[in-house]
Design a protein around this ligand. Structure first.
Ligand SMILES: NC(=O)c1ccc[n+]([C@@H]2O[C@H](COP(=O)([O-])OP(=O)(O)OC[C@H]3O[C@@H](n4cnc5c(N)ncnc54)[C@H](OP(=O)(O)O)[C@@H]3O)[C@@H](O)[C@H]2O)c1
Length: 280
């Protein structure tokens, strides 16, 4: 069956960027498959879609990016129902915080399982369909933490740096097939990722890293409390998907471009000095 409206698959659509991007894409005329690992969390999205007048353009679907069968089932169902996948937004993710020595291996593996292998597996499932049609756009939601790393967030930065390399390679591989690969790199925005991360932070008061981590957490709590509206990111993503020649990277958010410029222009010692002063 072939469906005339372009379709977009969004992962992690139960909240934050995923939820808002699903609505923004529906408003642009996409048939959106808003996927989430727990469908009982779909109420908020459906309510907001109703208010925005796009409820008929959004279908929720179960998809846990850490389970191969779940990915394959979702992609196969979409192909059967709509006959095409034009856009994939690899958005699902979370942030493991804690100093390297304090974070158990299990948490490291779980971070990479979702943020890295989840993106790779979902992308691989969608690629044959985009390749066959010689068109498509895949947006990988990375982070400024994929370009610049802070203490206390090594697992998260490791995962996002990996996505940066993955996307650079894939973009070149897919150019001859007309499939566009893009990285969106937000700084801090007000979504639930912060609360979830703070609640699950890996440390104890007896840790030798307690004082350093506490300073980092104070800084993060201030940054997240005053962070901009995530709608900004959703609108940008909805713009990028329709661009015939998108850039590879879209760093977004308050102070992000300036920080990245400082990182690339300053001698490394000065840059580290700046970071240390910021976190004091
Ligand atoms: N907010 C920021 O400041 C910020 C900055 C830079 C990058 N990002 C990135 O933006 C993306 C979205 O995060 P957000 O800020 O919107 O946070 P969020 O509101 O916590 O949303 C994260 C989404 O990912 C889902 N998810 C987690 N593990 C999953 C899995 N195994 N399979 C499917 N879905 C899964 C969550 O589902 P559950 O509700 O079931 O947990 C949730 O829907 C992430 O990749 C994050 O790293 C966020």
């Amino acid at each position: 069956m072939s469906f005339t409206r372009p379709t977009a698959l969004v992962t992690g659509a139960s909240s934050g960027f995923g939820l808002l991007t699903s609505i923004a894409l529906a408003q642009k005329g996409y048939q959106v498959i808003a996927s989430m690992r727990d469908l009982s969390k779909s109420e908020r999205l459906l309510k907001q879609a109703e208010q925005a007048g796009v409820i008929t353009a959004i279908e929720t679907m179960a998809l846990d990016v850490t389970i191969q069968e779940s990915i394959e089932q979702a992609v196969s169902d979409i192909m059967n129902m709509y006959g095409r996948i034009d856009v994939l937004i690899n958005n699902a993710g979370f942030a493991v915080g804690g100093y390297v020595e304090d974070v158990p291996m299990e948490a490291w593996r779980s971070q990479l399982e979702t943020n890295v292998f989840g993106v790779i597996a979902t992308t691989r499932a969608v690629l044959p369909h985009m390749r066959a049609r010689k068109s498509g756009c895949i947006i990988n939601v990375s982070s400024v933490s994929g370009l610049s790393a802070f203490p206390g967030y090594a697992p998260y930065s490791t995962s996002k740096f990996a996505i940066e390399g993955f996307s650079e390679s894939l973009r070149l591989e897919m150019m001859p097939f007309g499939v566009r690969i893009v990285l969106v790199e937000p700084g801090a925005y007000q979504t639930e990722i912060w609360r979830k991360g703070f609640e699950a932070i890996h440390t104890t008061e007896s840790s030798p890293y307690w004082s350093g981590l506490s300073k980092m957490l104070d800084y993060s709590k201030r940054a997240s409390a005053t962070a901009p509206d995530p709608q900004e990111v959703a609108h940008k993503i909805a713009q990028i998907v329709d661009s015939p020649r998108p850039k590879l990277r879209y760093p977004l958010g308050r102070g992000v471009k300036m920080g990245l410029r400082a990182r690339s222009l300053l001698p490394w010692k000065w840059y580290e000095g700046l970071l240390n002063r910021l976190l004091k």
